[in-house]
Design a protein around this ligand. Sequence first.
Ligand code: FMN
Length: 406
Amino acid sequence: MSNARKLKGRELFEKIGKPTKIVAPMVDQSELAWRILSRKYGATLAYTPMFHAKLFATSPKYRKDMWCEMDGDPNFDRPLVVQFCANDPEYLLQAAKLVQDKCDAVDLNLGCPQGIAKKGHYGSFLMDEWDLVHKLIKNLHDNLDIPVTAKIRIFPEKEKSLQYARTVLDAGAQFLTVHGRLREQKGQQSGLADWETIKYLRENLPSDTVFFSNGNLLYPNDISRCMNQINCDAVMSAEGNLYNPGIFNADDCQDKEKVFPRVDVICREYFEIVKYHELSSASRTAMKSHLFKILRPFLPNHTDIRASLALLNAKSSFDDYENKVIIPVENVVKSIFQETDIEEKDTVVKGDVELWGGSYYTVPYWRCQPYFRPVNGVTADKRIVECLKRKAEIPLENVHEKEIKV
Ligand SMILES: Cc1cc2nc3c(=O)[nH]c(=O)nc-3n(C[C@H](O)[C@H](O)[C@H](O)COP(=O)(O)O)c2cc1C
């Protein structure tokens, strides 16, 4: 197909329904079953996990583990962007051609900061090789039937981040996702995403750029806060979505069943989706990890179920998952809801507006909710305050106690 007939970013964005809420690419976590569940709860676009382009192009076994004929099905898995990591333009093109009929665009991962990406020479480790980045994208832009897109991290310098984003767009990327963290911000050092730099890029790139913002979404109403602040076309969520698929239900912020759904309901719905899409071995493999995340607030209160889940693995039968985890969770929550004071207990309390512009919520442990990852032993809420303190150059001890409580 010639480039003249290929959809440009804005046309593609409109064709797929102008999605504003995107499930991020997540290795072993944004597979078919999870995308189906997330769409049910309000996601309007989803990315596959990152696939290794060379392995995808050359190893039938790898491909079978990652991708099945149900992936990208027009009836239940679109719109869909398939993401690859790569450092060789030809392997990337070969891999992309294998999926171009089953998705709406192919994305290049330029953000992965893990050791494996350093060793494999891909992801954020291409941030120092702009020529190669350009070639990888351009080759897809010139030779693939469908558009190419890219997901980047930022540099410490705003101006350099802007030049980098321009390189990516000049090469032919039709959507640009900006994850507002540096390459060094990973694991314990993740810290906060920098919305200011994301906004700077948005303001200084051509106004018709289809631009997605990624990072710092904890609650559904952070979505509108982010869209208003950055003026992006859409927001992308990874961890927020994993711990609470209800995060995308931003239009129903008043309905706690949608915004903070019950863990028993989500576990059952998700489990039935995995069972129904048995062909997807990626979905099967990811199930244990998803259940641990959905149940994160719940399991410390029911350690017997935690122990049972810990003993299961990808080869355990569906019956085992159902009898040892899904049904016991349902039974516990059912008995909680038979308590006489349940109405009082089952309330979600919104905290005051914090320094960072949003509020924390107190959510009962039987409902899905965000997880605040500790950084060097400090939880995210305190981290936010510390970060703001540094910016404002006022001593931490002056921070009011209420401001650092979840
Ligand atoms: C479990 C997990 C797997 C991830 N895998 C990928 C991936 O395959 N490709 C990618 O570009 N980013 C990946 N990321 C990064 C996310 O897409 C996202 O950029 C990052 O988590 C920041 O978003 P968040 O603040 O909403 O979590 C992953 C993140 C998580 C938590």
